[in-house]
Design a protein around this ligand. Structure first.
Ligand SMILES: NC(=O)c1ccc[n+]([C@@H]2O[C@H](COP(=O)([O-])OP(=O)(O)OC[C@H]3O[C@@H](n4cnc5c(N)ncnc54)[C@H](O)[C@@H]3O)[C@@H](O)[C@H]2O)c1
Length: 322
């Protein structure tokens, strides 16, 4: 297998490249990334062919896709708040950029895995978000992700392209940047706790998320590529857990071995109250999958933060998705 990973210098992408590099089936990994939120240091020590460039460059994409046998498309302009600031930029990368990836895959008939987002569900009142629910994005980011997954399914129907659109929920773990305006909640919590600062919570902390350890996510992505799994509907890539931010704080406190203070801040625009996946479809396609539990995932994340504390400025660039 020769795998092209778009966005491979980002948080999930670099973890994915590390996992791909351990697989005997994978003879080559190519990364296309414009480093707008990713960081080349994330790929230190991983054997990849790196190209700095954009998915908005069709000629470059066509060449790289042509040389690959499998494509895993993670490049995006992530984060709800960023999309509220500049919706056109989010649309250009997330929707139009994905269309370019699809065109290149259509031309070369490549198996394509894509990263959509739980944000497509928006404020649906149902507690467990299953894939058949009508979508209701609340932010330009969510709308752009709905567009990209819809295009991928349209390419499957129209051209028979083998695609697998995943909806990621709240992914966390090593290589996820903290210390910037768009940091996701777990790196923001871990970073604050390790510096003895109160944990910043927007709203009352009862909002809940389906936190998914990045190792569990990339395990599924690798298996999906190796077995060329396809789906005619989007597939939630999360395991159906429901953890409030207050519970997250308590689990983190137990990992760190002491109480942690909290700083309550005003709620953020576009924030969703409840995000919990229905995981039946995922379990059907990946019967052997066994997710890393939250406490263990937090331990691994804290260990990474502690190990990289001395290189924090390099690791602290980037932006994460909700
Ligand atoms: N992290 C999460 O919890 C989460 C949740 C839902 C969906 N997702 C999706 O998963 C994917 C990976 O997210 P992440 O958390 O690793 O974010 P990230 O910002 O760390 O990674 C995105 C990567 O894409 C690159 N990129 C951006 N624009 C590009 C362009 N035009 N051309 C080439 N590369 C470009 C960035 O430089 C970065 O390396 C994204 O598609 C994101 O929307 C992530």
């Amino acid at each position: 297998m020769r795998v092209l990973v778009t966005g491979g210098a980002g948080f999930i992408g670099a973890n994915l490249c590390r996992a791909l590099a351990t697989r005997p089936e994978v003879e080559n990994i190519t990364v296309l990334d414009d480093l707008s939120s990713g960081n080349l240091a994330n790929l230190d020590g991983v054997g990849v062919d790196f190209t700095r460039g954009s998915i908005l460059e069709p000629g470059l994409l066509a060449d790289l896709v042509g040389e690959a046998t499998h494509v895993i498309h993670l490049a995006a302009r992530p984060s709800v708040p960023r999309s509220l600031t500049d919706p056109l930029a989010s649309h250009a990368v997330n929707a139009t950029g994905t269309l370019h990836v699809l065109e290149a895959c259509r031309r070369h008939r490549r198996h394509l895995i894509l990263a959509s987002s739980s944000s497509v569900y928006g404020d649906r009142p149902e507690q467990r978000k299953h894939e058949e629910l009508a979508t209701r994005p609340m932010s330009p980011y969510g709308a752009s992700k709905l567009a990209m997954e819809s295009y991928s399914l349209a390419y499957a129907e129209s051209y028979g392209l083998p695609v697998l659109p995943f909806r990621f929920f709240n992914v966390y773990g090593p290589l996820q940047a903290a210390g910037h305006a768009y940091a996701a909640v777990i790196p923001a919590f871990v970073s604050a706790a390790l510096r003895g600062l109160p944990l910043p919570i927007h709203g009352d902390g009862t909002q809940a998320r389906d936190f998914t350890y990045v190792g569990s996510v990339v395990g599924v992505l690798v298996d999906a590529a190796v077995r060329e799994v396809t789906s005619r509907t989007p597939v939630n890539l999360a395991f159906g857990t429901r953890v409030s931010l207050l519970t997250l704080r308590d689990v983190l406190a137990s990992v760190l071995g002491g109480p942690i203070e909290t700083a309550f801040l005003p709620p953020r625009a576009g924030d969703i109250r409840e995000s919990q996946a229905a995981a039946d479809l995922l379990a059907g396609l990946f019967p052997g999958v066994c997710p890393v539990p939250l406490e263990e995932g937090l331990r691994l994340t804290v260990a990474w933060f502690e190990k990289t504390a001395s290189t924090a400025p390099a690791a602290a660039r980037g932006a994460q998705s909700p």
